[in-house]
Design a protein around this ligand. Structure first.
Ligand SMILES: *Cc1c(COP(=O)(O)O)cnc(C)c1O
Length: 387
């Protein structure tokens, strides 16, 4: 059997159903300036992987490029190519380490990979020779995260291999912290020590990478060691740019503004009698005569099924509970106690309406997950809008 890729789906350009994610560009710019303030002398590699945490990678990348970040960071070659095809010219670091048949694209699209295996160096160098290019790479050390990267023991040999690759230039040296969101973490201290040994290794090899980096948002906001007294000069924030804190204690002194509001509208309104059931399985039953509104958003859009029984939305500035099971494309809310609810009313699923706010942190709590997953989980079917 031959496996071939099926045509990618492309949504209509004009959204018809009212479900959408609105991106506040001013908030993005504001968050970047707050992050820059926190970063002090460090330059910024703005992480826009996973469709910019659900905010729309191309648009976010344009805004951040214009605002003057030094690098953009993505996880996949595919994501980097998408940005290049959209005209993004800023340096782009590919952080995911999954390159396989993509070395040609890395070189042709001027993407800068994190490298940590001999294969990366061999394949990249061969491709660089073929395309008559010099290719910049960032060597990735696994200082204790246990995901990707060369171990501290493998590092000297990897650096030696790199020096044998005439078409590769070591532009960066980096690592990733596993517990930067934990206060006073021993794991972080251990990782910092390994990173420092890594830097010494690089120095001993006579290599002088222009960029040294290990701080994600949590380290940038909570770990002075990741900024000062260290030979680092670049930070890789993601979440903070979108206006969220990795943990509550982090970056309290920064005024971050969530940049995404997830909205929908009312598709159907009805009165049900006491005893009437709502949605699959009949798990919710009206205890009194109730007014139920149907919203055109469901778990296929990333509105998790697990919100049922806990979740609420905002309508006319107040909370309305989600009732019954959340279905693939729709869910129902109880608006009995909210006067004047009408067809076409704006409904906020995530964000602020009037004095009320539903945060990604709260939705994560409903679903037993983290705010990162709530944002990334907003589906491809939901159009992203910005002014
Ligand atoms: C995702 C990622 C980041 C950004 O992390 P945040 O917690 O969103 O700031 C930084 N570095 C690497 C390697 C990443 O994969």
């Amino acid at each position: 059997m031959v496996i071939r890729e099926l045509p990618r789906r492309r949504a209509l350009d004009v959204p018809i159903r009212p479900t959408r994610a609105e991106i506040n560009i001013d908030a993005l710019r504001h968050n970047l300036s707050e992050v820059k303030r926190a970063a002090g002398p460090l330059q910024i590699l703005a992480v826009v992987k996973a469709n910019a945490y659900g905010h729309g990678a191309v648009h976010v990348a344009r805004v951040l490029q214009e605002a003057g970040v030094s690098f953009l960071g993505v996880a996949l070659i595919e994501e980097g190519v998408e940005l290049r095809n959209a005209g993004i010219t800023a340096p782009i670091v590919v952080m995911g380490g999954s390159y396989r048949s993509g070395y040609g694209l890395l070189v042709s699209h001027r993407l800068t990979p994190m490298v940590f295996q001999d294969e990366h160096l061999r394949e990249l160098n061969a491709e660089a020779v073929r395309q008559k290019q010099k290719v910049a790479v960032h060597v990735k050390l696994d200082s204790g995260m246990g995901r990707i990267g060369a171990s501290i023991d493998e590092l000297p040999r990897l650096l030696l291999s790199l020096q044998g690759c005439a078409h590769l230039e070591m532009e960066g040296f980096c690592s990733q912290l596993a517990s930067a969101d934990v206060q006073n973490s021993q794991q972080t201290r251990d990782q910092l020590a390994v990173f420092r040994r890594g830097l010494q290794c690089v120095d001993t090899a006579g290599l002088k990478p222009k960029w040294r980096h290990l701080a994600n948002s949590a380290a940038l906001l909570g770990l002075p060691e990741a900024k000062v007294g260290w030979d680092v000069n670049l930070a890789r924030p993601g979440l903070a740019l979108y206006g969220l804190r990795t943990a509550e204690w982090l970056g309290e002194e920064l005024l971050l503004q969530p940049a995404l509001t997830w909205k929908t509208g009312v598709t159907h309104l009805k009165t049900v009698q006491a005893g009437q059931k709502v949605s699959y399985g009949g798990t919710w039953e009206a205890k009194r005569q109730s007014v139920i509104a149907t919203l055109p958003v469901g778990y296929a859009d990333g509105y998790h099924r697990s919100y049922a029984g806990k979740g609420y939305v905002l309508i006319r500035g107040v909370r309305a509970p989600v009732v019954g099971r959340i279905t693939m494309d729709m869910c129902m809310i109880d608006v009995t106690d909210i006067p004047h609810v009408a067809m076409g009313d704006d409904v906020v699923l995530l964000g602020t309406q009037g004095k009320e706010r539903i945060s990604a942190e709260l939705m994560a709590e409903w679903a037993g997950t983290i705010h990162y997953e709530v944002l990334c989980g907003i589906g491809a079917r939901v159009p992203r809008l910005a002014e």
